[in-house]
Design a protein around this ligand. Structure first.
Ligand code: UT7
Length: 341
């Protein structure tokens, strides 16, 4: 039988190894902040937020609930689905822009909370693109055979870097985490291809300038709001549509398929208008597009990870289906992946 798609990785496989996602999980904090709640905090309306973004509500972590807690809860679900215990995990990669603290890394804190004693653990930072970047890193270890079980997590407590007085940004973001277990699953192709891209020339479009070596925390930097996220929304929007479409087309081309071969497209959940523009340009149908941003807002690195988990649990993705993930974030960074589920 002629294969339905090309696996661009096949020629590089080490002894025929592949990398599949064998379990997914997600977690969002209990507290919900609705658009009506935001109307009481800044000069905005449910109508503006809904028509400009599609977001209706978002989840906000408690004061004593940190990114590592959200990540750990998501990881436990992914481990249960994959049938993996903490001792089996060889590597933990956490993608986040809101680590519990600058160091130690959040992955080590997750390792402690899970009791994953054998695992090496590190963070990566590629903003909203982080989960795909982490998948690509994790799958290299599985494909090469150096590691059997890799836990990849996208987790954010964006509420901790949100300026709740800035209506341009505070209505957009939410907290949450999504996780995946990566393993070689004989007979399954898994992650077929991943593309990643970056453009540091546009670093200023979306950033948090304070808290690093360029601008350590001082009373002045805090007073100036340097430790809050800031964004040029319009420019970010334009770049997002362009980069996401380019990345998606690249991975489809590599697999020698068109979008009709894809069962489920999971785009970064930043704005319904971005999702619609990407969907239009790719010529994907509304049924193919998975959207949950109305419930969670933009959860950055957690966004596609949470959406993937929900799509699987809702039965929208079955074994053997092709899934397209596509992301965009600060950096700028972007990426896309095709997965045989
Ligand atoms: O995750 C990384 C990627 N992030 C993104 O992709 C986000 C990309 N950007 C966006 O989603 C959109 O640009 C926004 C939702 C942030 C803004 O939508 P927009 O259509 O680009 O609106 P705008 O920036 O042109 O603002 C229009 C108006 C402005 O008023 P004036 O200057 O026209 O009088 C804003 O001050 O809307 C005003 N505005 C608001 N009004 C009510 C901005 N925020 C609000 C608000 N409520 N929350």
């Amino acid at each position: 039988m002629t294969p339905k798609f090309t696996n661009p990785r096949a020629k590089n496989n080490f002894q025929g190894r592949t990398c599949s996602i064998t379990g997914v999980g997600s977690y969002v904090p209990e507290k919900i902040l609705t658009n009506a709640d935001l109307e009481k905090m800044v000069e905005t309306t449910d109508e503006w937020i809904t028509t400009r973004t599609g977001i209706k509500e978002r989840h906000i972590a408690a004061a004593n609930e940190f990114t590592s807690d959200l990540a750990t809860n998501a990881a436990k679900q992914a481990m249960a689905m994959a049938g993996v215990n903490a001792e089996q995990i060889d590597l933990i990669i956490v993608a986040t822009i809101t680590p519990d603290m600058p160091f130690p890394n959040t992955a080590c804190l997750v390792q402690r909370k899970l009791g994953a004693k054998r695992a090496a653990a590190f963070d990566i930072e590629a903003a909203c693109s982080g989960f795909i970047f982490a998948l690509e890193i994790g799958q290299q270890f599985v494909m090469s055979g150096t590691h059997e079980t890799v836990l990849v997590i996208g987790a954010e407590k964006l509420s901790s870097i949100t300026n709740w007085k800035d209506r341009n940004t505070c209505v957009l973001f939410g907290d949450g985490a999504g996780a995946a277990i990566l393993q070689h699953r004989p007979g399954s192709q898994g992650l077929l291809t991943v593309t990643m891209g970056s453009d540091g020339n546009k670093a200023d479009l979306l950033s948090m300038p304070g808290g690093g070596s360029a601008c350590p925390a001082t009373p002045e930097s805090v007073a100036e709001g340097m430790h809050f996220l800031r964004m040029d929304g319009k420019e970010t929007f334009k770049n997002a549509v362009q980069a996401m479409c380019g990345a998606a087309q690249e991975v489809l081309r590599r697999c020698e398929i068109d979008v009709t071969a894809i069962k489920c497209v999971i785009p970064h959940q930043a704005n319904q208008r971005i999702v619609d523009a990407v969907s239009d340009r790719l010529k994907a149908t509304p049924e193919q597009m998975f959207v949950n941003l109305h419930k969670y807002g933009n959860t950055s690195a957690a966004s596609v990870a949470i959406a993937l988990d929900e799509a699987v649990r809702e039965g929208k993705i079955q074994r053997g289906d092709l899934v397209l993930l596509v992301v965009f974030g600060a950096g700028l960074t972007w990426g896309a992946a095709v997965i045989e589920w």
